[in-house]
Design a protein around this ligand. Structure first.
Ligand code: PLP
Length: 373
C-alpha cells in the first residue's frame, strides 16, 4: 500500500506512541488532584506545554489544549465573536469547513460574516483584505496553509492590516505546524489552531494558541481546567505524544522539505513526460508534499477509486468532503476551468514516502487517465 494522503492524517510517530503507555496505565493520575501520585502527570503537562510553545515561538501560558483543529477553530471564532456585540467576522473563502461552518453558525445567531476572495493561486492578497476590512470588523480568520492546494498565505502582512484597524486575527495553521517554520510573533497573529494528527501525533488532540490579552469566552464549560478556559480532564498521554511528535517534525523541517520536493518533482516530471494534460493547482509558495492536480476530461472520484484498487491512497478535493462529488469550494474559488475541475485529485506526500512511491503513482495515474481503465 502507498499512503499519499498525509494532508488527511499522518502515521503516528513510534516514539510518540511509546510515550503514551506510561500515562495511560502507569502514571494515570488526574493532573488536577493534589496528591503526589498526580505530580508526574502535572509535570508532563507542564513540560509538553513548554515544548509546544517553544516550537511556535509562544509563551507556555498561551497554549491551550483542545481535541484538535475543529475544536480550536470553533473556539477561536465563537469564543471571540460572542464577546463582540454587533461586530463583523471576515474569513477567507477557501477556509476549511471547521472555519466556514463555524462562521455559518455565528451567522445564524446574528453575526455579520464577510468572505475574502483569493487569486488564481489561492492566495489572499493584502489588497483584497484592505478593500474588505473596516472598523466594524472584530476578527479576521485566514488559514496559514490550505488543506487542498497547500497555498501559504502572507499572514504577516494580513496581520498588520488587521491590527491597523484595531481588529484581531486568527489563523488555522493545522496544515502548517510541523511542516513549515511557524512563529506566532513573525506571523503577528492573535490566535492559531493546530492539530497533532497532521504532524505525526495522535488523532483527537490539538491546541489553540491565544496571545496574552486576547479575551474570549470558553467553548467548553465545566470543571475549569486550562485556566478556566477549556474544561475537561486533560488527555495527558496524547498531549505528551503531541509534544514529542511536534518537536521531532520541527527539528526535521528543512530535511523533510528537501526530500518532499524531490518526490513531488519526480511525480510531476513523469506525468509531463507521459504527455498527460493537467494543471497543478496552488501557489508555488506551498506546503511541502502537496500536489493538487486537475486532469482534463477526467473524473477525480473515479481516479481515487481506481488508484485505491491499485493500493494507492490519495484524495479528491478535500478529504473532509470525500462523500461529496461536487467541485470543492477551493477549486471553485481559484477558478479552475470545468473541463479540468472535475478531474481534481490531491496527492499529499509525507515523511514516510519515497521517490519510488512517486514513480508508482505516476504510472498508475497514466494507466487510469490515458487508458481510461
Ligand atoms: N483545519 C484544516 C486546515 C484541516 O486540514 C483540518 C483537517 O483536515 C482541520 C482544520 C480539522 O482538524 P481536526 O481533524 O483535528 O479536527
Amino acid at each position: 500500500m502507498i499512503y499519499a494522503d498525509n494532508a488527511a492524517t499522518t502515521r503516528l510517530d513510534e516514539e510518540a506512541f511509546d510515550s503514551m503507555r506510561k500515562y495511560m496505565v502507569e502514571e494515570f493520575g488526574n493532573p488536577s488532584q493534589p496528591y503526589s501520585f498526580s505530580r508526574s502527570t502535572r509535570k508532563a503537562l507542564l513540560e509538553s506545554r513548554e515544548i509546544i510553545a517553544s516550537c511556535i515561538g509562544a509563551d507556555s501560558d498561551e497554549i491551550f489544549f483542545t481535541s484538535g483543529g475543529t475544536e480550536s477553530d470553533n473556539w477561536a471564532l465563537k469564543g471571540y465573536m460572542n464577546k463582540q456585540k454587533d461586530k463583523s467576522l471576515l474569513v477567507s473563502s477557501i477556509e476549511h469547513h471547521a472555519v466556514l461552518n463555524t462562521a455559518s453558525a455565528l451567522k445564524r445567531v446574528g453575526t455579520e460574516v464577510r468572505y475574502l476572495k483569493v487569486n488564481e493561486e489561492g492566495t489572499v492578497l493584502p489588497s483584497f483584505l484592505e478593500s474588505e476590512i473596516d472598523n466594524n470588523v472584530a476578527l479576521v480568520s485566514v488559514m496559514l496553509a490550505n488543506n487542498e492546494i497547500g497555498s501559504i498565505q502572507p499572514l504577516n502582512e494580513l496581520s498588520k492590516i488587521t491590527h491597523n484597524i484595531g481588529a484581531r486575527i486568527h489563523t488555522d495553521a493545522v496544515q502548517a505546524v510541523g511542516h513549515i517554520n511557524v512563529n506566532v510573533n513573525d506571523l503577528d497573529v492573535d490566535m492559531l489552531s493546530a492539530s497533532a494528527h497532521k504532524f505525526n501525533g495522535p488523532r483527537g488532540i490539538g491546541f489553540l494558541y491565544i496571545r496574552k490579552g486576547t479575551d474570549l469566552y470558553p467553548l467548553i464549560d465545566g470543571g475549569g481546567q486550562e485556566k478556566k478556559l477549556r474544561s475537561g480532564t486533560e488527555n495527558v498521554a496524547s498531549i505528551v505524544a503531541m509534544a514529542i511528535a511536534l518537536k521531532k517534525n520541527n527539528d526535521e523541517i528543512s530535511r523533510n522539505k528537501e526530500k518532499l520536493t524531490c518526490i513531488e518533482n519526480e511525480l510531476i516530471s513523469r506525468l509531463k513526460i507521459k504527455g498527460l494534460n493537467f494543471i497543478r493547482n496552488g501557489s508555488p509558495n506551498r506546503i511541502p508534499g502537496n500536489v493538487n492536480l486537475s486532469f482534463k476530461d477526467a473524473d477525480g472520484e473515479m481516479l481515487l477509486h481506481r488508484l485505491d484498487l491499485m493500493g494507492i491512497c490519495i484524495s479528491t478535493g478535500s478529504a473532509c468532503d470525500s462523500k461529496n462529488s461536487q467541485i470543492s469550494h477551493v477549486i471553485e474559488a481559484i477558478g479552475v476551468p470545468p473541463e479540468y475541475a472535475y478531474g481534481t485529485i490531491r496527492i499529499s506526500f509525507g515523511r514516510d514516502n519515497t521517490i519510488n512511491d512517486a514513480i508508482t503513482i505516476a504510472n498508475a495515474i497514466e494507466k487510469v487517465v490515458a487508458e481510461k481503465i
